[in-house]
Design a protein around this ligand. Structure first.
Ligand code: MEV
Length: 312
């Protein structure tokens, strides 16, 4: 029986969330250990069905919260499956939903890859991004496009001057990602920041400062200066808190990470829930930080070796 799969992975924004919406730069890392696998085969049913942890049933019955996936599937069906062969699409994800780790884009990407594999149609990186963007625009409103790019890359991405550039400084150190256990809503957070900024034009300066910090971290990473990188991450967190997207849970995890020896820590993604990231110089300290974060209520933690993101 013919079966095809597509795999994609998570991402975290290292620095530049929110300011990226205002055309400032951002640095984004893939997280290869958190993955989504989509598997397609012919369905014995009369129409295409989808099986996942969040929803199982006819594609036509997908909940409104998955409207982006519905639109994507409709488009893939029209373009790749015009004779409407009934399919069974299974989604297995280890990326928590709505935590700023790019779960929606990764699900979209895995589905796209599985469809193209199943119908044996070659898929370019441009096409993959284009289709992922279709889902992301519906799910997140008018995002910067960061997620669609990074879930489809195996190395860091620099978002600069509205362009996505492969960013491959000689990375060292370890990144700890910790989940507050609360979902964040990108649309809500972006709208809230927009209202905060337009209430007083002087506040635009906060966005410029985030942009400057991102430029500095770009240089810090190129110079393998983890200490300064960490300091700049912490400074960015203070600005993000001023923008109103931090929460008591985020603050608590950040304090815990810093007390446990992190070089710096901040929220990642849109905030108002979601995850934090912390920087550690070596694996033992990363393990110590992750364990303290779990004791303080982090639902899940990941340790990503940054050297593993360097091109082979
Ligand atoms: C959300 O992951 C990142 C934001 O900067 C929104 C975006 O860039 O689309 C808050």
């Amino acid at each position: 029986k013919k079966k095809a799969t597509g795999v994609s992975h998570a991402k975290v924004i290292f620095l530049g969330e929110h300011s990226a919406v205002y055309r400032q730069p951002a640095i984004v890392f893939p997280v290869p250990q958190a993955t989504v696998t989509a598997t397609i085969m012919r369905s014995p049913q009369s129409e295409t069905i989808i099986c996942s942890d969040y929803y199982s049933g006819k594609v036509t019955g997908l909940p409104a919260s998955m409207a982006g996936i519905t639109t994507l599937l409709n488009q893939l069906q029209v373009e790749l499956n015009p004779t409407e062969i009934p399919l069974e699409l299974t989604i297995n994800s280890t990326i928590p939903l709505g935590r700023g780790m790019g779960s929606s884009a990764a699900i979209a990407s895995a589905i796209i890859r599985s469809y193209f594999n199943f119908f044996e149609v070659p898929l370019s990186r441009e096409q993959l991004t284009k289709y992922t963007d279709i889902e992301e625009h519906i799910t997140h409103g008018n995002p910067s496009g960061i997620d669609a790019q990074t879930v489809n890359a195996n190395h860091p991405i620099l978002f600069e001057k509205q362009q996505f550039i492969d960013f491959t400084p000689p990375l060292t150190g370890f990144l700890i990602i910790a989940d507050t256990g609360r979902a964040s809503n990108t649309k809500t957070a972006v709208t809230q920041v927009h209202e905060f900024l337009t209430a007083d034009p002087v506040r635009e300066e906060l966005i410029t400062r985030l942009g400057t910090l991102t430029e500095r971290v770009k240089e810090n990473l190129a110079q393998q200066d983890l200490i300064q990188t960490g300091k700049n991450l912490t400074e960015a967190q203070e600005i993000l808190a001023t923008l109103g997207v931090s929460t008591p849970e985020i603050e608590q995890l950040i304090t815990t990470a810093n007390r446990a020896g992190a070089l710096g820590a901040k929220l990642t993604g849109s905030g108002l829930g979601g995850c934090i990231i912390a920087l550690a110089p070596d694996y033992p300290s990363a393990q110590h930080i992750a364990s303290d974060l779990q004791k303080q209520g982090a639902h899940q933690t990941w340790i990503q070796s940054l050297a593993d993101l360097n091109p082979q």
